[in-house]
Ligand binder design. Structure first.
Ligand code: 5GP
Length: 190
C-alpha cells in the first residue's frame, strides 16, 4: 500500500536493525484517517470470508482492528495481556513470549465473546516473530472458532513470523512488508 509505505518512510524510525518505531501515527499518537484507510483495505480484502468477529491484542492492534470491524460491521474482541493465570472456567488463556519486549504474558479472552460459530479475522500492528499471532490462533482453536484471516499492518519479513504463519494455511495479508532495516533506513520488499 503506497500511502502506508510513504507514511512509514516519512514518519517511521528504524531505531536499529530489528525495531521500527511508529509512535507518531500508530502506537502512541494515532492518525484516524490512516487507520480508516487501513480498515477499509483489510475489510475489502477479507470480505468473502464471512467474518463474524475481528480480534486483536491490546493495545497497539486496537486502532487498525476497530476500523476494520467498523467496515465489516462486526464486533471487535480485544485479547488481553494478563500478567498471571486466571483459574476460572469462563476464560480461555495461552502463554505468549514477546521477543520484542523480552517478557511473557497470558493472552486472555472471555468465552462469552468468541465461540464455535465465529469466523475470526485477526488484526495486529506488527508481525515479527509471530508469537502473538500464534497465541491468538491457539485461543481460537481452544474456543473452536474458525480463523479466517490474518491482517498485519507492518510485516518485518526478515524476522521468522511470516514463515511460521505460512505453514498454517490461513490467508495472510500484510499491508507493508519490510525486507531490511538499518538505523535510519528502511527497505521494502517490493
Ligand atoms: P511478534 O514477535 O509476536 O510477531 O510481535 C508481537 C508484537 O510485538 C506486535 O504485536 C507488536 O506490538 C510488537 N512489535 C514487534 N516488532 C515491533 C517493532 O518493530 N516495532 C513496534 N513498535 N512493535 C513491534
Amino acid at each position: 500500500l503506497e500511502f502506508l509505505k510513504e507514511k512509514i518512510l516519512s514518519n517511521g524510525q528504524a531505531i536499529d536493525e530489528h525495531i521500527l518505531k511508529v509512535d507518531s501515527f500508530l502506537n502512541h499518537q494515532v492518525e484516524p484517517l490512516l487507520m480508516q484507510k487501513i480498515g477499509k483495505e483489510f475489510a475489502l480484502h477479507f470480505l468473502k470470508e464471512k467474518i463474524t468477529k475481528v480480534a486483536t491484542i491490546e493495545s497497539s492492534g486496537i486502532a487498525p482492528a476497530l476500523f476494520t470491524a467498523l467496515e465489516l460491521n462486526v464486533p471487535l474482541v480485544i485479547l488481553k495481556k494478563q500478567p498471571s493465570k486466571i483459574l476460572n472456567n469462563d476464560f480461555c488463556q495461552t502463554e505468549v513470549k514477546s521477543f520484542t519486549k523480552g517478557n511473557t504474558y497470558n493472552l486472555t479472552v472471555s468465552k462469552k465473546y468468541i465461540n464455535s460459530n465465529d469466523h475470526v479475522l485477526f488484526i495486529d500492528d506488527f508481525l515479527a516473530y509471530g508469537e502473538a499471532a500464534l497465541g491468538a490462533l491457539r485461543l481460537f482453536e481452544k474456543l473452536s472458532a474458525k480463523p479466517c484471516g490474518i491482517g498485519i499492518v507492518i510485516e518485518k519479513s526478515f524476522q521468522p513470523g511470516r514463515t511460521k504463519l505460512n505453514e498454517l494455511n490461513i490467508p495472510i495479508y500484510s499491508l507493508a512488508k519490510i525486507k531490511k532495516m538499518t538505523k535510519g533506513n528502511i527497505i521494502f520488499n517490493d
